[in-house]
Design a protein around this ligand. Structure first.
Ligand SMILES: [Fe+2]
Ligand SMILES: [Fe+2]
Length: 180
């Protein structure tokens, strides 16, 4: 989300967070209920947890409209989130836990800050691979167009030759256009 979020955008973020938390909390409660032999209660928590996922996704659809997203953008958003956790959120939480003498929380914050860094690295690598893949695909497309051009130009039909060249040019232009 951008820096000038409206109050409604902030509320959507909070609602998304709440529904997401309900999902994980109910799955956690389901595990406890199952362990305590209350299978019916466990089932109820699991069913409700699935519905909370639907609620969270509905908020996400408004925050990050799926028809506006690209692979680059979702990787970028993921990297942003993981780097925020590892560089800002967990260090700050760790500092406060130290102050409050909560050693278990200190260890967990340190551990999860490291894991957020690992996740960020994985997404950064994927983003690089994805961009590299885009370049390779464009390379193949251009080669294919050139090969096609050669085959189609065998008969000395000037008009179709010109037409083919124009088509290839258009395709090449639209390829570089979409790839930018
Ligand atoms: Fe809900
Ligand atoms: Fe993570």
């Amino acid at each position: 989300m951008h820096n000038h979020a409206t109050q409604t955008e902030k509320n959507l973020q909070s609602a998304f967070a709440g529904e997401s938390m309900a999902n994980r909390k109910y799955l956690y409660f389901a595990k406890i209920a199952r362990k305590l032999g209350a299978d019916e209660v466990a089932d109820l928590f699991e069913e409700t947890a699935h519905q909370e996922t639907g609620h969270a996704f509905a908020h996400l659809e408004l925050l990050y409209p799926s028809n506006e997203m690209t692979v680059e953008r979702i990787l970028e958003l993921a990297i942003e989130g993981e780097l925020y956790e590892t560089n800002q959120m967990y260090p700050e939480f760790e500092r406060i836990a130290v102050e409050e003498g909560d050693q278990a929380a200190v260890s967990e914050f340190q551990e999860q800050a490291r894991e957020s860094q690992e996740h960020a690295d994985i997404f950064i690598k994927a983003a690089k691979r994805f961009k590299a893949l885009g370049l390779v695909e464009r390379f193949h497309a251009n080669r294919y167009i050139k090969a096609l051009d050669k085959v189609q130009n065998k008969p000395a039909d000037l008009e179709s030759e010109l037409q083919d060249k124009q088509t290839a040019k258009n395709q090449e232009q639209s390829n570089t256009g979409t790839a930018a």
